[in-house]
Design a protein around this ligand. Structure first.
Ligand code: NAD
Length: 253
């Protein structure tokens, strides 16, 4: 481990930490010596099962609830934040009712704003943050209106935060994964249909979709995205801010 990837003495917030990319990011930070983690997820039971060796505050709650952040006196001081909690949606615009639109915006955008704002307040000076956007916020596909619009807005939010944070040495970057093998896919109706077409074999459905959609013919593992989040948080990326790191197996080329 080089000095650039040493997080000893640092405090970090991770939202959506109970599963997938967020859990992998929490484990990555723990493995790289972080002193204290504040982990937030609405699934408190799953959050409790996440094994980390550092000092850890686990908060079960909804990132889209302003009261959660108002009540989080123990949040700071922080050095880093991973604004990651998100949900999927798959309705075409004509079939997307307003409640579904709002449900997605509430978590993916309002929740990210509240998390990012809390982190900016809790990081007293220099530091770094990463938001988990998506390539769906950059490349249009049918059925991704709410999800894609929320992620496009999140990329812009990160860029504005990067400009606002820069004078005090606070860097803000985004990762934009394509497909990553996590439970989030099971929320998308088209993926449930695809799994049914593959006789319930989820792995086969995911592999078929990756081979069809990506030049590399594979989706990423959550640990791969966590490594990129770790890189962007680390001192190795000291001159990188406002960047969007796309990891999509070439899908958007
Ligand atoms: P996941 O479902 O495995 O993990 C998401 C976590 O966020 C879960 O633990 C969930 O309980 C939590 N969460 C959801 N809504 C919440 C809320 N309102 N308050 C608190 N916690 C909440 O999915 P993942 O793939 O790890 O997703 C993480 C992020 O990565 C999301 O923002 C997602 O949009 C993004 N992303 C995922 C993929 C992919 O293919 N998996 C691709 C691009 C971007």
């Amino acid at each position: 481990m080089t000095a650039s990837f040493d997080f000893a003495g640092r405090n970090a917030l991770v939202t959506g930490a109970a599963s997938g990319i967020g859990a992998a990011a929490a484990r990555w930070l723990d493995a790289h010596g972080v002193a204290r983690l504040v982990l937030v997820d609405r699934d408190g039971a799953a959050l409790d099962r996440l094994a980390v060796s550092c000092d850890c505050l686990r908060v079960a709650g909804d990132v889209a609830d302003p009261a959660l952040w108002d009540g989080l006196d123990a949040l700071g001081p922080l050095d880093h934040a991973v604004v990651n909690a998100g949900i999927a949606s798959g309705a075409p615009i004509a079939e997307c009712d307003f409640a579904e639109w709002r449900r997605v915006m509430a978590v993916n955008l309002d929740g990210a704003f509240l998390s990012l704002r809390a982190a900016m307040r809790a990081i007293p000076g220099a530091g770094s943050m990463v938001v988990t956007a998506s390539v769906s916020g950059m490349k249009a596909e049918p059925g991704t209106a709410a999800y894609g619009a929320s992620k496009a807005a999140l990329i812009q939010l990160a860029k504005v935060a990067a400009k606002e944070g820069a004078p005090r040495g606070l860097r803000v970057n985004a990762v934009a994964p394509g497909g990553v093998d996590t439970p989030i896919w099971d929320q998308a109706p088209f993926f449930r249909d695809l799994v049914a077409e593959h006789d319930g074999d989820r792995e086969a459905a995911l592999t078929a979709m990756a081979k069809m959609a990506t030049p590399l013919g594979r989706y990423a593992a959550a640990e791969e995205i966590a490594g990129q989040i770790g890189f962007l948080l680390s001192d190795a990326a000291a001159s990188t801010t406002g960047a969007v790191l796309v990891t999509d197996g070439g899908y958007s080329l």
